[in-house]
Design a protein. Structure first.
Length: 256
């Protein structure tokens, strides 16, 4: 195992540090694969969280339950495809046969192995192309407790929304006990010192109420459809896929 980790580490160092122009084609391949496979998914929610969370942990079970609740309402679930929270989320989604349980995996020197609860499984060479796909085709992001990778995904999502590179997408942070100190830091240090605005701080919805999350995601679906129509993308395949799903679930304007 140790030798295998060392070989993988050498592979990544060579790939990143090399000036080999052939790497460009690998990058392009990552994006083409993602656009081709994910562009017509319909309403999808991305779940982020630690790969190290055990199956017996309450957060694993909560991720499984939330994904099952979303799946029952017709939302696809997308994760990084690995173990832990990601596995729990995919496991909750896969039992609903009319939605996709998507895993976007990446080869790592340790930790990341594909979980068996996906209906659509893609593998990427680069973190940045994989991260684009995890956020590009989702109407909401749910952040469960995790480590550096999860925090990276949380703050990247917030930055994209803050800078209007992504619009209409909601960010739910699950794990009040886990994340409250972080939000206290953001509020008392970043906000108080003018590093962010109040509206930026309000992008984060910290809650352990799974039913609230599901209801707010469902309500936001029509809002995002209207936004796409307002900017002239009503005839795009992505907008059509969202609209068809909304009609099939009989979501009415009065619901929002």
């Amino acid at each position: 195992m140790k030798a295998n980790k060392n070989e993988l580490a050498k592979k990544y160092i060579k790939d990143i540090k090399s000036a080999d122009v052939w790497s460009v084609f690998k990058i392009i391949a990552d994006f083409v694969k993602g656009f081709d496979e994910l562009g017509e998914l319909g309403p999808t929610v991305t779940v982020f969280g630690s790969a190290r969370t055990k199956k017996t942990h309450p957060y694993y079970k909560k991720a499984q339950k939330l994904s099952s609740m979303l799946g029952s309402r017709g939302f696809n679930i997308m994760t990084g495809g690995g173990p832990g929270i990601m596995e729990g989320a995919n496991k909750g989604a896969i039992k609903h046969h009319d939605v996709e349980s998507i895993g976007l995996n990446i080869d790592l020197a340790f930790e990341q192995t594909a979980n068996p609860f996906t209906t659509k499984d893609l593998s990427f060479d680069y973190f940045f192309s994989r991260k684009v796909m995890l956020v590009k085709y989702s109407i909401a992001y749910v952040i469960f407790p995790g480590g550096y990778g999860t925090l990276d995904e949380l703050f990247e999502a917030l930055t994209l929304i803050q800078t209007r590179k992504v619009t209409g997408v909601k960010v739910f942070v699950v794990g009040v006990d886990f994340y409250k100190p972080l939000l206290d830091f953001i509020e008392k240090k970043m906000l108080k010192n003018g590093m962010i605005d109040e509206v930026d701080f309000e992008l984060i919805r910290l809650t352990d109420d799974l039913k609230l999350i599901v209801n707010e995601i469902q309500q936001s679906l029509l809002e995002q459809i209207k936004m796409l129509q307002d900017v002239g993308l009503g005839d795009s395949q992505y907008c059509k896929s969202l609209s068809e799903s909304s009609a099939s679930k009989n979501i009415k304007t009065k619901d929002i």
